[in-house]
Design a protein around this ligand. Structure first.
Ligand SMILES: O=P(O)(O)OC[C@H]1O[C@H](OP(=O)(O)OP(=O)(O)O)[C@H](O)[C@@H]1O
Ligand SMILES: Nc1ncnc2[nH]cnc12
Length: 176
């Protein structure tokens, strides 16, 4: 079976979570499968090797699951992009809309700078609000966005369009 089929067979649809009308893509069964998790990590690694990235930024919280292991695999620093009020030091922040609500994310002001080309990683691309807000944070600190990577893309929400102004390198392993 190809990786996309294996992932689709594990990802679970949960209707009406966290609010009515949303079909939530539950990726926790992937984490319960260490063999598949390693395959995911290897695929992400091979796909971003040529992008010349200097740092990986992961979006809280599910973007940490594969983002940090990927950074360690590649021998790169990992940057935490967190929900408002969680990071201790001086920060840049950006508010945005989610598929199911509003949010604001933050990054330490010295986490990236003009010498960096950054890969932004998250588990899932829906409307693109979170990832484009993360791109803004990276750009606001003077760094370039070299690429985005996600396990899942909800194509019908058109999030990819929001990311194209940053880069055309948008990797997704499973599309719905
Ligand atoms: O493309 P968007 O419309 O912005 O949606 C995608 C975001 O929504 C989910 O995060 P959520 O805020 O639910 O947080 P979590 O990762 O902590 O569960 C998901 O992990 C992405 O970060
Ligand atoms: N439908 C969905 N499933 C899981 N995570 C999400 N984040 C935004 N939309 C989502």
């Amino acid at each position: 079976m190809i990786l996309e089929e294996k992932l689709k067979s594990e990802i679970r649809d949960v209707p009406d979570f966290p609010v009515p009308g949303i079909i939530f893509k539950d990726i926790t069964p992937i984490m319960m499968n260490p063999v598949l998790s390693k395959e995911v990590l290897e695929e992400l690694k091979q796909s971003v090797l040529d992008l010349g990235i200097t740092k990986i930024a992961g979006i809280e919280s599910r973007g940490f699951l594969f983002g940090y292991p990927l950074a360690m695999e590649l021998g790169l620093p990992f940057v935490l992009i967190r929900k408002k009020g969680k990071l201790p030091y001086h920060k840049v922040s950006h508010a945005y809309a989610l598929e199911y609500g509003q949010a604001e994310i933050e990054m330490h002001i010295d986490a990236v700078n003009e010498t960096d080309t950054v890969l932004i990683h998250d588990d899932l691309l829906a409307t693109g609000g979170s990832a484009s807000a993360a791109g803004q944070l990276v750009n606001n600190c003077g760094a370039k966005v070299a690429g985005f990577s996600f396990l899942v893309e909800l194509e019908f929400l058109g999030g990819r369009e929001k990311l194209l102004p940053f880069t055309e390198n948008i990797l997704t392993l499973v599309r719905y």
